[in-house]
Structure formats: structure tokens, C-alpha cells
Design a protein around this ligand. Structure first.
Ligand SMILES: *[C@@H]1O[C@H](CO)[C@@H](O)[C@H](O)[C@H]1NC(C)=O
Ligand SMILES: *[C@@H]1O[C@H](CO)[C@@H](O)[C@H](O)[C@H]1NC(C)=O
Ligand SMILES: *[C@@H]1O[C@H](CO)[C@@H](O)[C@H](O)[C@H]1NC(C)=O
Ligand SMILES: *[C@@H]1O[C@H](CO)[C@@H](O)[C@H](O)[C@H]1NC(C)=O
Ligand SMILES: *[C@@H]1O[C@H](CO)[C@@H](O)[C@H](O)[C@H]1NC(C)=O
Ligand SMILES: *[C@@H]1O[C@H](CO)[C@@H](O)[C@H](O)[C@H]1NC(C)=O
Ligand SMILES: *[C@@H]1O[C@H](CO)[C@@H](O)[C@H](O)[C@H]1NC(C)=O
Ligand SMILES: *[C@@H]1O[C@H](CO)[C@@H](O)[C@H](O)[C@H]1NC(C)=O
Length: 747
């Protein structure tokens, strides 16, 4: 039985707000939670990179991305209507930027949406990303934490018009903000909070900033670019740089900040000049702003970081079906106690029936790396293990042992972290093959017997660029998978589906069985992670016809295991190395990207445990390519040893040296791409000597130059260009043949 110790008992909840429910994994916000908190380091998602530091911009000196992210959220939200329940933060802005943008002037919106697009997925709507952008931009600029709820649904067309414009009257502003549920003081606050960052571009608004009067034709709205109360304190002082409260804007009736801030006789704006009031009020009104959503949207609880979060969990059936491979990572929040205070992290798991038929039922992990967010730190612990497929797994608790010996138990709000074994995606037997401009996605899944619902489906979600707008379309298609027979306690299903290869880096897919409430899925898999070769069903090794895997061997720089050719590639696969070393008896892959060939293996290189060859290949993360000083060795089972063939009437003398300045044989010469020893012999047509050199060269002569002498055989290791099982000399080395009756040479 599992020890059910709750977090509360351990006191680990002390840093959580009072009354706050612990998040339970898995949850719909899991992808957003990663984007929100994993900024830098291991598994960083780097959503914040676009606004870090606060002044960051890729668009030149007059652009500030953080201000643009905030403005994007405001413009998307501003046309909502809390009375009709229509509009709000729904990414309808995506469709409202055609032509010159209408009431959404300037390129900032397209730039922001383009920056968000790589993060857009079936688990992170564009509207949720726009909301997350507010938290991220504000926090990066020194502002407060704006709470973010998930669950927004993206609009599929443009929304209503009515974004507040600088020329509107004070009355119109009040009405426009009332439509989105903001009273006068909240209107003033959200405007001030929004205008704490960013500025006005003279080219977009020449009636507010006169072109040629500001550096880069860009004027900040307050005296600092950071998120602070200066927008308010500047306003109530005599010296306000804000162009939206300045004389030019006023003369053109575009002094919108004056019109807004004075709407309650300066009460709110005066309060906001206090730094603490400003930060607290902004946290509230900006959260309120991103929660203006269409009435059909049900927002989740605000996203908080998990204390412990599983990731990249994969259960799959191995080999002949007796074992399951179970791998993944456990992310531990290390904000309250550092990663250095953690001695180890273990998984205590239950078998598939919730019992302990798994023996000790412990899985150890190893530390993989650390990551950081604005306010939080995380450490990752990885595992990969084999489980009995008969007893399998249903879930686990996470036990964190501190260096002090203290033990913390995380049980996912008392439910344990669930692992379903009803349907398993099979990464080794799945692949994405590209040929002739087409992509062929093959996905294999294993469904636990008895298969109660025969409908097994692959759902593929692709991102397709569109002409209308900078945000791609998400397209989901489902195809039925086809039964392939049973192995162990599972029945295999597979499907091959033709996909534009352009989708490989971004497409996601799920495999599922059953329908409605009873549906079970292994989901959100990336086609980017698929290799180019599928292992056959029932095997874990991609087929490599003609080669056998010999095992994991030691290798050193001083004494290489294989001493033939060597190659290095950042796109290496096992198959590539097999091709490169095609003419050798052995090839081996090492350190992810190195390929070695040889006809003999150095005896100093010894067999070690297979698990030591654990590095993914640089060109295919689903294949293993050795490790540092560890070679995954393969043997060419069809290899034919290369020889110096016998030529009737001639003796092979050996490997002789030769040079362009002093030819060993000075009779006729031939170069032929299809050189063989036999071809050279017949070309020299009865000469006393002939020799083959440098793959494709043939020399004839009736006498041998005395300067050419016998050299070690290793110098003549080049294959003949016309027959790779024959030797054709080397560089300045020839395989020399002499007529049996040559009178000049008696032995
Ligand atoms: C945690 O579990 C309790 C009951 O055990 C439940 O009321 C609460 O909603 C759960 N919290 C979450 C975030 O699911
Ligand atoms: C405006 O609404 C906020 C809540 O959003 C409330 O706290 C405040 O008292 C209201 N102000 C006025 C002047 O009604
Ligand atoms: C509000 O503040 C502005 C700018 O400081 C000032 O011009 C105006 O007179 C003030 N209005 C009131 C009612 O105090
Ligand atoms: C399956 O493979 C394992 C090792 O991978 C082996 O021990 C076992 O005997 C095999 N079972 C069958 C039924 O072939
Ligand atoms: C796609 O790949 C699968 C397995 O690799 C193969 O059986 C199938 O014929 C391929 N389909 C096409 C259209 O090439
Ligand atoms: C935004 O991008 C779309 C699609 O490329 C384009 O049609 C539109 O003109 C752009 N809008 C602005 C305001 O730059
Ligand atoms: C290549 O050379 C080998 C060894 O001499 C010989 O057995 C074989 O027949 C040759 N192959 C061809 C295609 O000529
Ligand atoms: C061959 O090597 C010998 C030394 O082993 C050297 O003296 C001679 O010059 C070389 N001949 C040619 C043709 O390079």
C-alpha cells in the first residue's frame, strides 16, 4: 500500500495562499503552466524570451515588445460586451488586422501574435496565450503577478468593432469601459496600468506626436520604460511627459489620458501615484481585463506552479510483450528548498489493479537539470525502467528525500499521479518517413486486452499558415487505426497517413480507444520526436537489413575500436553510418554524432552493459548512438572480405610506393571509374608488370623503377572503384603484380 501523507501534514503548502486548492495532475492547464513558469534552463519553454529584458524588441529601437503584448490583450478584450456575453479576450484580433488594421493601427499586433504562434496548440489557445502574455510582460518589467486562468476559446472570425480611440469623448470612454464591466475607477486604473509601459509612434499618430520631434519618432507615455506608478505620479505633477495628456493631443482632441484620468475628479489617479497602491490595483484590474471573455467560456482556477509535476511520461510495450518500458521526468519545485537540498527523488508505484504485485514498486530517478521562472525554480529528475506487462502500473506517488534525511511525500491531492495502460503509443514502431516531397506518418499503438471498444483512432493536429492572418490554423483530423494482431497482453493497431513534411516539426497527435466518457488516450505526442525508420511490430530495433547489433563496446581516443574511416554529423542516424561504412565489416556509432568504420575490432575494446550506450542519435532521437567513450557496434552480415584477387599468369608482389615525379611503372596508363584488378590486367595486355593505385588508376610497365620498394600492406587499403571487394592500392601506393615468367626477377 502507498503511504498517503498529504502535503499539508508536511508543511510544504505553507507558501501557498490560504484556501488555495492544490492543482491535481493531469489538468487542462498543464501546457500553459509550463509556458508560464519554465523560462530558462532545462526544458525551458522560453515564452518569456520575447519580453526579456523589459526593454527587449526585435523590431528596432522604437519598439518595446512588453508594451505591445499588453496592448494586444487590451485591443482584443476591448470590444467585448458583458451584457450580451459576446466578445472579450477571444483572439478575434487575429481577424481584425487586415489592410491597415482599421481601429487596430500599427504592426505591433501582428508582431505579437506572430511571436505567440509557435506556442499555439490544442492545449494553449491563442486567447490564453494573449492572457499569459500580460502576466509575462508585466512581471518582466517589474510589475506584480497577474493571475492567469486558462480555458479561453479562440474566435474563428472577427469580433465587434469599438476599441476606444484617442479622439473619443470622456463620455464615450466611460460607456465603452462599462460595456466590458469596468466602472470609472477601474477604467482609470486599467488605462494607467496599461500606459505605464510603451509609448506613441509619430507615424501612426501624427496628431499626438509630431513627426521629427522625438528620437526615433517614438515617445514614452511616462518617464520610465518599466512597469511603475510614474504614469500616475507624472500626471498629477506639473511636469508630465505623457503625449496622451500633452498640448498637441489636446489641440487635436486626442488627449485620451487626460479625458480618462480626470473622469472622477483625479481621485483614482491620485491614489495610483502611490507605488504599493499602483502595483496592487494593477494586479487586480489587469486580471479583470484578461477575464473579460465570451459567456460560453468557463475559466479554470488561476494557474499556480505544481510542487511536483510529471512530464514526458511514456509507457510502451517492449519486445515480445513481457515487459513495458516506462520513462519520463518528475519536475520538483525548488523555490522553497533548493535543488541542492534534495538527495533523491523516487516513484512509489502501484500495479495495474492498485496493489503491490510489482515487488518493491520503487523507481529511482536521476537529476537531469534545473529551470527557472520569474519567481520559481525547478529541478528535473528522469527515469526509464522496465515493468512487468502482466502487473503493469496504475499510478505513483513521488517521494522526495532531502539531504537531511527528511522525507516529503507528494500524492497529487491524495489521488496519486495516474498512469493509464489501456492504450499505449509505441514510439519505436512509429516513424515519420520523408521521400519525394511527401511525408508518411506511421503510428502504432498497443491496446490492452480484452479490447472492449474496437474503435482505435489516430488524431493528428497540424498547424497550417494562412493568408488572412499571421496565426496559423489548427486542423485536426482523425483516422481509424487497423488491427495488427496481439503480442503479450496487448493488441497492436497501426496506421500510415500521408502528411505534408512541413508539419513534421510542429504536428501533435493522440491515439485513443473507445468513445465518449470511456475514451482512453495517450496524447499530445510530437511528430518532431519520431524517427525515420519504424521497428517492425514485436521488435524494438529499426530494421537494418544486412547488419546485426553486436552490443555496446568501450572506445578510447588513444586506441580506437574501429580504425577505418570516421565521420561526424549533427544529423547522424544508425542507418546513415551503416551506409557510410558500407564496405567495412563493422561500423559503430558513438557520442550521438560520431560514426566509425573498420574491418577489425581492436581487442582493447570490450563489451559492456547495453544501458551504457544511451545517447540519442543527433539525426534521430528515437535511435541510440552510443555515449561518450561508448560505441554501439554493428556487424555487416553480408560483408565479403576485400582481397588482392589472383590473376592467372601473374603473382601479387605486394604494396609498392610510387610518386608522380618518379613512376614505378612507366609504360601505359589508364584511369577508369569502373577499375578492377582484372580490368587493369587485361588493359596492360601481357606487360611484365601492372599495378592498381588510388581507387581507379592502372599502370603498366615492362620494368620496375628501382626507387619503388615494398611497403606495409596497410598503405594499399583503398577499394577498387569498380569492385569494392578488391584492393586498388592507396595514395602513392600501388598493388603490384608481376608476370610469373619475368626474367628480371627470380626468387
Ligand atoms: C483536491 O481534493 C479535494 C478532495 O480530496 C477536492 O475537494 C479538491 O477539489 C481537489 N483539488 C483539486 C485542485 O482538484
Ligand atoms: C469599481 O469596481 C470595483 C470592483 O471592480 C470596486 O471595488 C469599486 O468600489 C468600484 N468603484 C466605484 C466608484 O464604484
Ligand atoms: C486633475 O489633474 C490635472 C493634471 O494634473 C489637472 O490639470 C486638473 O486640474 C485636475 N482636476 C482636478 C479636478 O483636480
Ligand atoms: C521475451 O523476452 C525476454 C527478454 O527480453 C525473455 O526473457 C523472455 O523469455 C521472452 N519471452 C518469450 C515468450 O519469448
Ligand atoms: C508508409 O509507410 C508504411 C510503413 O513504413 C508503408 O507500409 C506504406 O506503404 C507507406 N505508404 C506510402 C504511401 O508510401
Ligand atoms: C497583419 O498581417 C496580415 C496577414 O499577413 C496582413 O494581411 C495585414 O495587413 C497585417 N496588418 C497590419 C496592420 O500590419
Ligand atoms: C568482385 O571481386 C570479387 C573478388 O575478386 C569477385 O569474386 C567478384 O566476382 C567481383 N564482382 C564483380 C561484380 O565482378
Ligand atoms: C619509396 O620509399 C623509399 C623508402 O622506403 C624511398 O627511398 C623512395 O624514394 C620511395 N619511392 C618513391 C617512388 O616514392
Amino acid at each position: 500500500m502507498l503511504i498517503a501523507v498529504t502535503l499539508a501534514i508536511l508543511g510544504a503548502t505553507s507558501s501557498l495562499p490560504k484556501g488555495w486548492a492544490l492543482p491535481t495532475w493531469p489538468s487542462a492547464i498543464d501546457e500553459l503552466e509550463d509556458l508560464m513558469f519554465l523560462h530558462t534552463g532545462y526544458r525551458a519553454r522560453a515564452f518569456s524570451a520575447g519580453v526579456t529584458p523589459c526593454s527587449f524588441s526585435q523590431q528596432g529601437p522604437s519598439r518595446i515588445a512588453s508594451a505591445e503584448w499588453l496592448r494586444t490583450a487590451f485591443h482584443d478584450m476591448a470590444t467585448g460586451n458583458v451584457f450580451t456575453g459576446i466578445g472579450g479576450l477571444d483572439a478575434s484580433l487575429v481577424y481584425e488586422l487586415g489592410g491597415n488594421g482599421g481601429e487596430n493601427i500599427g504592426s505591433a499586433f501582428n508582431t505579437t501574435l506572430e511571436t505567440f504562434s509557435p506556442f499555439f496548440s490544442s492545449r494553449s489557445s491563442m486567447a490564453d496565450l494573449i492572457a499569459l502574455g500580460v502576466y509575462t510582460a508585466i512581471r518582466s518589467c517589474g510589475g506584480p503577478v497577474v493571475k492567469v486562468r486558462g480555458g479561453r476559446i479562440d474566435a474563428t472570425s472577427r469580433g465587434p468593432v469599438g476599441v476606444p480611440q484617442p479622439e473619443n469623448s470622456q463620455r464615450t470612454f466611460i460607456n465603452q469601459f462599462a460595456r466590458v464591466g469596468f466602472n470609472v475607477s477601474d477604467m482609470i486604473a486599467v488605462t494607467a496600468c496599461g500606459h505605464s509601459m510603451g509609448g506613441v509612434h509619430a507615424n501612426n499618430f501624427p496628431q499626438i506626436v509630431r513627426p521629427g520631434t522625438a528620437p526615433n519618432d517614438f515617445q514614452l507615455l511616462d518617464s520610465t520604460p518599466e512597469f511603475d506608478e510614474k504614469i500616475a505620479s507624472n500626471f498629477i505633477s506639473s511636469d508630465d511627459p505623457n503625449p496622451l495628456a500633452g498640448p498637441l493631443a489636446k489641440a487635436n482632441s486626442r488627449d485620451s489620458d487626460t479625458k480618462t484620468f480626470t473622469a472622477d475628479g483625479n481621485v483614482t489617479i491620485t491614489e495610483l501615484a502611490d507605488p504599493a497602491t499602483f502595483q496592487a490595483t494593477c494586479a487586480r484590474v489587469l486580471q479583470k481585463m484578461i477575464e473579460v471573455v465570451p459567456s460560453r467560456v468557463q475559466l479554470t482556477e488561476p494557474i499556480e506552479p505544481y510542487e511536483v509535476k510529471p512530464g514526458n511520461i511514456q509507457l510502451s510495450l517492449a519486445g515480445n510483450g513481457t515487459t513495458l518500458t516506462f520513462s519520463g521526468e518528475i519536475r520538483v519545485r525548488t523555490t522553497v528548498r533548493p535543488a541542492s537540498a534534495i538527495a533523491k527523488v523516487d516513484l512509489l508505484f502501484k500495479d495495474r489493479l492498485g496493489g503491490s504485485d510489482c515487488g518493491s514498486c520503487v523507481i529511482n530517478t536521476e537529476h537531469k537539470g534545473n529551470a527557472d521562472g520569474f519567481d520559481d525554480h525547478f529541478a528535473f529528475y528522469g527515469f526509464s525502467t522496465s515493468l512487468s506487462s502482466a502487473t503493469s502500473i496504475s499510478g505513483f506517488n513521488v517521494q522526495v528525500t532531502l539531504t537531511t534525511g527528511e522525507v516529503e511525500m507528494y500524492d497529487n491531492n491524495e489521488t496519486g499521479y495516474p498512469v493509464q495502460d489501456a492504450i499505449l503509443f509505441q514510439p519505436r514502431q512509429s516513424c515519420f518517413r520523408q521521400s519525394n516531397g511527401a511525408g508518411n506518418l506511421t503510428v502504432v499503438a498497443a491496446v490492452r486486452n480484452p479490447v472492449e471498444a474496437p474503435s482505435v483512432t489516430l488524431s493528428l493536429t497540424t498547424k497550417t499558415p494562412r493568408n488572412c492572418c499571421v496565426v496559423p490554423a489548427l486542423t485536426k483530423e482523425s483516422v481509424a487505426m487497423i488491427e495488427q494482431g496481439s503480442i503479450g497482453p496487448y493488441t497492436f493497431y497501426s496506421i500510415s497517413h500521408i502528411v505534408d513534411p512541413a508539419h513534421k516539426p510542429t504536428a501533435k497527435f493522440d491515439v485513443s480507444v473507445g468513445d465518449g466518457e470511456a475514451v482512453k488516450s495517450d496524447s499530445f505526442k510530437s511528430t518532431a520526436d519520431l524517427g525515420s525508420t519504424c521497428a517492425p511490430i514485436g521488435s524494438d530495433d529499426p530494421p537494418l537489413p544486412g547488419f546485426s547489433y553486436e552490443g555496446c563496446f568501450t572506445d578510447t581516443v588513444e586506441s580506437r575500436a574501429l580504425t577505418g574511416a570516421a565521420f561526424v554529423s549533427d544529423e547522424l542516424t544508425v542507418g546513415d553510418c551503416a551506409n557510410l561504412c558500407g564496405q567495412y565489416q563493422f561500423f559503430g556509432v558513438e557520442y550521438g554524432r560520431e560514426c566509425y568504420c573498420g574491418n577489425m575490432k581492436n581487442s582493447e575494446s570490450v563489451l559492456v552493459d547495453d544501458a551504457e550506450c544511451s545517447m540519442a542519435c543527433s539525426g534521430d532521437s528515437s535511435e541510440l548512438c552510443g555515449a561518450p567513450y561508448r560505441l554501439s557496434l554493428y556487424k555487416n552480415t553480408e560483408w565479403v572480405p576485400t582481397i588482392n584477387p589472383e590473376i592467372p599468369g601473374y603473382n601479387h608482389l605486394g604494396c609498392y610506393n610510387d610518386s608522380a615525379s618518379s613512376r614505378a611503372l612507366s609504360g601505359t596508363f589508364m584511369y577508369n571509374e569502373a577499375m578492377t584488378v582484372d580490368l587493369c590486367a587485361s588493359f596492360c595486355d601481357g606487360a611484365n608488370y601492372f599495378g592498381v593505385e588510388y581507387f581507379s588508376e592502372c599502370y603498366c610497365g615492362d620494368s620496375l623503377s628501382p626507387t619503388s620498394t615494398e611497403q606495409p600492406d596497410t598503405g594499399c587499403s583503398f577499394f577498387c572503384s569498380g569492385n569494392s571487394t578488391q584492393f586498388c592500392g592507396g595514395s602513392n601506393r600501388m598493388n603490384l603484380y608481376m608476370k610469373e615468367t619475368d626474367p628480371a626477377r627470380k626468387s
